[in-house]
Design a binder for this molecule. Structure first.
Ligand SMILES: [Fe+2]
Length: 293
């Protein structure tokens, strides 16, 4: 299969698009090529895929254990490892998927002891406007820090929480009526975690900055005052969002997009309104506990 494959850069910051692959008939050589591109470019878009749910799960499992989703209401009945992201409704007018997840910059499962490796999205339908996904490269964000800053943050730790109630950098969505009860419950079920602020990628060995406005609520370390930590976190977040590190993905129907949560932050940009439909399937692959430099 590898003869017909074409790979183009998507931006200076990161990402490639790949043509000429059918993920339904993926052989080991082609998987090897995809995996290499994934590790080198941090984000991939495999165009023109016609996948049934099982094929999406099979492809995802090539990268590791595919995790069950917490939100059972919006997983596919026959495929609980696939979460539906959609603003569409059924015949009775009921929501059929998660509508507005991920609008603040984050990396998936940063609030867990073992955050995600990759997230894979399969796009079935895109709105006529909006619905793009933004990415920022946390390897190059780290590389671009001054040597002084690298030394300053080398041994610090980020404190991460799933709860928006504890986080002054994010707003609670107006569409979540039970927000306070919802986040209180999450606080009880998923205790906060600390991870190294600079993490080393388990495969590439590259260092990346590991913080996000959605999940990082504090930075901790020897002798760091709370006040200085707050300023430092603001500074690092602002730095990570500088233009040279960023790529905005405009979706085409039947794109399979995946990114490496160990070195990339992302956010959904919204900007579409029902009945303009955005409909995707998501799988998430388990990662490992982040390791410090
Ligand atoms: Fe996400």
């Amino acid at each position: 299969m590898t003869d017909k494959i074409r790979i183009n850069r998507l931006s200076e910051a990161m990402g490639v698009e790949i043509f000429g692959i059918d993920l339904n008939t993926l052989d080991d050589a082609t998987f090897g090529l995809i995996n290499e591109a994934y590790l080198e470019h941090q984000m991939l878009c495999i165009r023109n895929q016609k996948l049934d749910p099982q094929s999406l799960v099979d492809f995802s499992e090539r990268f590791g254990e595919v995790l069950p989703h917490d939100n059972l209401k919006f997983t596919l009945d026959e495929h609980p490892k696939i979460l539906v992201l959609s603003n569409d409704v059924d015949q009775n007018g009921n929501q059929i998927g998660v509508i507005d997840a991920g609008d603040a910059w984050h990396t998936d499962h940063q609030f867990k002891k073992t955050p995600a490796n990759c997230t894979i999205l399969y796009s079935l339908k895109n709105p006529s406007q909006g619905g793009a996904t933004d990415f920022t490269n946390m390897y190059t964000a780290y590389d671009a820090l001054s040597e002084k800053m690298k030394a300053r943050i080398a041994r610090l730790r980020g404190h991460h929480s799933i709860s928006k109630l504890k986080n002054k950098r994010v707003e609670i969505s107006g569409s979540r009526e039970d927000a306070i009860a919802f986040y209180k419950r999450q606080e009880r079920e998923i205790p906060d975690v600390e991870h190294p602020l600079v993490r080393v990628h388990p495969v590439t060995g590259r260092k990346s900055l590991y913080c996000s406005p959605r999940f990082t609520i504090a930075i901790k370390g020897d002798g760091l005052s709370k006040e200085h930590a707050e300023t430092l976190l603001d500074e690092l977040i602002a730095h990570s969002l500088k233009k040279p590190f960023r790529y905005r993905h405009t979706w085409e129907d039947r794109d399979v997009v995946m990114w490496d949560n160990r070195c990339v932050n992302h956010r959904a940009t919204g900007g579409y309104v029902y009945p303009d439909i955005r409909h995707l399937y998501r799988t998430t692959v388990e990662g490992e506990a982040p390791v410090a430099a």
